[in-house]
Design a protein around this ligand. Structure first.
Ligand code: SAH
Length: 257
């Protein structure tokens, strides 16, 4: 069993130090998701950041309110009790968080959608490794493609389970994310997201066969037309052999720029 609400609190000051050595926070408005007992929050405030902290747990919010009451009354900390997957997010520039692992994916894509200049985020190690697996290499998947379409992602360092209380069963990896516009222009982002999802839900099939599952939504005629627009070497590849450029070409096929 993992802890309720993914609550594994950092207790290792050197890990906090390393996280904050990766990013300039002084004078910035930082979003922190899941502040927990406030170890990162305190370090961010000490370095001159203004913090917006979103915490789901009611009891932890009450604890944070009393721990940080001077900073809250001076407007240096805005505490929001809510679910970071769906609650309104006040404006922010950068993100520093030890993310709740069960919602890492939804939070990451939400953040990329909202926009920010830089993020230092801690993930479960296997998840983080999938985020940085290069397109065209084995093990790359929907998460790798979607994340790397919208951001530059760089591994920073690992944090061992001993740095947390309670100790998690998994290892953690800290990543830096710098969002950018897709390198290969997309006519319709929803279409792109759908194509990437469909292809990786049939990851052992060739692109040609994977795309056939779109027959229902596109209609046979339109599907045949799309297939005729796509080079044969892409159609006969498997999704993990494709580059970002190829996914863009597949998603843009038949659409006017
Ligand atoms: N940042 C703290 C705590 C990390 S544990 C530290 O490093 O010590 C993850 C935190 O995320 C917990 O406090 C948990 O209550 C909170 N959390 C879990 N799901 C959440 C969600 N959907 N939205 C906001 N916070 C969430």
């Amino acid at each position: 069993m993992s802890a309720p609400r993914d609550q594994h609190f950092l207790i290792d000051p050197s890990a906090v130090e390393r996280i904050l050595s990766c990013i300039e926070v002084g004078g910035c408005r930082i979003l922190e998701i899941g502040p927990g007992r406030g170890i990162l929050t305190r370090a961010l405030l000490d370095r001159g950041a203004t913090v917006v902290a979103v915490e789901l747990d009611y009891a932890l919010c009450r604890t944070l309110e009393s721990l940080f009451s001077p900073e809250i009354s001076r407007g240096r900390l805005l505490l929001v009790q809510g679910d970071a997957v769906r609650c309104a997010l006040p404006p922010f520039e950068k993100v520093v968080s030890n993310l709740p692992y069960s919602v890492s994916s939804r939070i990451t894509f939400r953040l990329l959608d909202v926009g920010f200049s830089e993020a230092i985020l801690m993930y479960q190690k296997e998840f983080a490794e999938r985020m940085v697996t290069k397109p065209g290499t084995s093990g790359c998947g929907r998460l790798s493609i979607m994340a790397q379409t919208y951001a530059e992602i760089e591994p920073c360092f690992e944090i061992s389970p001993q740095s947390f209380n309670p100790m998690p069963k998994v290892r953690s990896l800290v990543l830096r994310l710098i969002p950018h516009e897709p390198r290969f222009p997309l006519v319709d982002r929803t279409r792109y997201n759908d194509i990437v999802r469909v292809l990786f839900s049939h990851r052992r099939k060739t692109v040609r066969n994977g795309l056939k599952s779109l027959r229902g939504s596109l209609g046979s005629e339109h599907l045949e037309y799309l297939l005729s627009q796509i080079p044969e070497d892409i159609l006969s590849s498997r999704p993990e052999e494709l580059q970002l450029e190829d996914f863009a070409l597949l998603a843009n096929a038949g659409l006017k720029p």
